[in-house]
Write a protein that binds this ligand. Structure first.
Ligand SMILES: Nc1ncnc2c1ncn2[C@@H]1O[C@H](COP(=O)(O)OP(=O)(O)O)[C@@H](O)[C@H]1O
Ligand SMILES: Cc1ncc(COP(=O)(O)O)c(N)n1
Ligand SMILES: [Mg+2]
Length: 555
């Protein structure tokens, strides 16, 4: 059974001094229920303390790991990764290594009592949300950590069972294996072994194929963690970087592009730190793992040509977002699925028919209550499309409404749109994700549960499912009906927006199919092939509101 770690109200300011055992223990009490990842509210500070701004809690990861003098892996990678994701990272150092791009020249473990002292210093005072572990050099350090976590519970524990560096140097005593298996794993929310570590944890079983990874993940899950991620970075002859996530029920194959570079030192440390950082922000586990994987891939891609050191494995640059506009500094971190409520898809043909500019159509749909806009310009010249998209972006930003571009990733990049919507014959969502980075919204049109599963694997944020009813907007479009819509919703964890022949008259019947991840309807003709976009949007909005209040009443 995985243990429960919840943060509790902060300890009073403790009189910390440099003396041994200066900090009282047991200030926190473990609670044994509800693992809901909500950030504990902090006690309110006075206005005088905050200058009237109110007190702000910063998500906080504590890394318990070894120092890498070359700063590609270990503590240094962890701090950079968390910093890049906007999360505070404190550090308890378990060992100091002399290390560079050639390998590990020396390891100097920190005495166990002093690891315990560092843990007490941070955990007793600094409101840690998530603990992430890396190099734990001895079973003694594992035990010290387990004790500390019992004294000072946190919201989540991410265990990266680092044993051997990629250069082949031993980073933890063989006896540490027993500490992981018998004590630490049972407390962990997720354990992230690479292929060799998965094999070592299971007494040397062979882990060479995706099927092996899945069965290894299941066996490690039996040791107690809630999730197991077996990382496939070492499958170097595959064109994909494949990781397997086992959630206790299903094995999910997570595919990313394999970046051809020597600069992969620290990928494992970075991945686990990014997972921890996302969990600290309140992101659910599956999305946290996907965001972390996307971060590693993007960082490797950005850094693939960096030259540092003469050895076989170089470091990569975690701070790429500070250096390139393309990586969307400050964009919103998480897609809000409620934005799918009234989804307006513009149509160039209809605008032409009614003599409207695309910007007027967008303005009117927002005025009528559209909550997200997609520009679908099938026959516009690229230059005109980019100009129109930039003008629409301004309108949408000023109203806080996300703007997506249909199909054209280049146009989305050019106007810094909030995302892209792709169909089954467009660019695959995972390629779009690679081009747009982790923070943009990606939607995929799906007609079947299998397509929906693939969209999730590819890192999409939502599914557009339809045509629900027959429509004239798309020729030869197979109608899935309400049953097909329901099947796609039930098969997916992603939020779904229904599309195809929907208008004020039938929107309610769509929303009433009674599945929680159906978040709204997308419309084309019902808005844009009408005299007044504003009043049609208002009618549709009230039909949707009506359906959602009925749904609430019937719960
Ligand atoms: N060349 C690469 N291109 C893209 N992703 C990679 C590459 N190498 C490793 N990864 C990813 O980095 C993460 C860490 O995996 P891995 O390198 O196997 O761990 P470790 O560093 O612990 O050995 C995984 O998500 C893996 O898929
Ligand atoms: C201090 C420390 N911690 C972890 C690793 C593993 O990193 P990698 O598997 O990328 O070599 C390392 N080399 N050094
Ligand atoms: Mg690696």
């Amino acid at each position: 059974m995985a243990a429960v770690f919840l943060s509790l109200p902060s300890a009073p300011n403790l009189p910390l001094t440099a003396r041994v055992h200066a900090v009282p223990r047991g200030v926190f009490v473990a609670r044994a229920s509800a693992r809901a990842p909500t950030i504990t509210a902090m006690s309110e500070a006075t206005d005088a303390e905050t200058g009237g701004r109110g007190r702000r809690k910063m998500p906080h990861v504590l890394t318990v790991a070894g120092s890498d003098s070359g700063a590609g892996a270990g503590i240094q990678a962890d701090i950079k990764a968390c910093g890049a994701l906007g999360v505070y990272c404190s550090s308890v150092i378990t060992a100091v290594t002399a290390q560079n791009t050639v390998g590990v020249q020396g390891v100097h473990p920190v005495p166990e009592e002093f690891v315990a002292e560092q843990l007490r210093s941070v955990l007793s005072d600094m409101e840690v949300d998530v603990v992430k572990t890396g190099m734990l050099p001895s079973v003694g350090v594992v035990k010290v950590l387990c004790h500390s976590l019992k004294d000072f519970p946190v919201r989540a524990l991410v265990v990266d069972p680092v044993m051997v560096s990629t250069s082949g140097d031993i980073l933890s005593e063989p006896s540490t294996l027993a500490g992981y298996r018998n004590e630490l794993f049972a407390m962990a929310d997720i354990v992230t072994p690479n292929l060799k570590e998965a094999s070592a944890l299971l007494g040397g079983v062979s882990v060479r194929t995706v099927a092996d990874m899945c069965s290894a993940a299941k066996s490690i899950h039996n040791l107690g963690p809630r999730y197991v991620l077996v990382k496939g970075g070492d499958f170097s002859d595959s064109s994909d970087a494949i990781d397997i996530l086992f959630d206790g029920e299903e094995c999910h194959e997570l595919y990313g592009a394999r970046i051809k570079t020597r600069n992969t030192h620290g990928t494992g440390c970075t991945l686990a730190s990014c997972i921890a950082a996302e969990l600290a922000k309140g992101t659910p586990m599956l999305q946290a793992v996907q965001a972390a994987k996307a971060f590693v891939e993007t960082a490797l891609n950005y850094s693939k040509d960096i030259v540092m050191g003469s050895g076989p494995q170089g470091p990569f640059d975690h701070l790429f977002r500070l250096k390139s506009q393309n990586y969307n500094v400050g964009q919103k971190l998480q897609f809000d699925a409620n934005d799918l409520f009234l989804y307006a898809v513009t149509d160039s043909g209809m605008n032409k028919k009614w003599g409207r500019s695309i910007t007027d159509a967008v303005k009117a749909s927002i005025e009528g209550g559209a909550t997200i806009i997609q520009l679908r310009e099938k026959d516009a010249e690229t230059r005109n499309f980019v100009e129109a998209a930039m003008a629409c972006m301004e309108i949408c930003r000023s109203h806080g409404v996300p703007l997506l571009i249909n199909d054209r990733v280049d146009v989305a990049l050019a106007c810094d749109a909030d995302g892209v919507h792709v169909g089954q014959s467009d660019m695959p969502a995972r390629v779009v994700r690679r081009l747009l980075g982790p923070r943009k919204i990606i939607g995929v049109s799906c007609k079947t549960p299998a397509q929906a599963e693939q969209a999730w694997i590819d890192g999409a944020d939502y599914i557009g499912c339809g045509g629900v009813f027959p429509t004239t907007t798309k020729e030869n479009n197979l109608t899935v009906g309400l049953n097909g819509l329901k099947a796609v919703c039930l098969a997916s964890k992603l939020p779904v927006v229904a599309i195809g022949g929907i208008g004020p008259g039938n929107a309610r019947s769509v929303m009433e199919i009674g599945v929680p991840n159906l978040k709204g309807v997308a419309v084309v003709s019902a808005l844009f092939d009408r005299e007044s976009i504003v009043s049609e949007a208002q009618r549709l909005r009230s039909a949707l509101m009506d359906a959602s209040s009925r749904a609430r009443l019937s719960v």
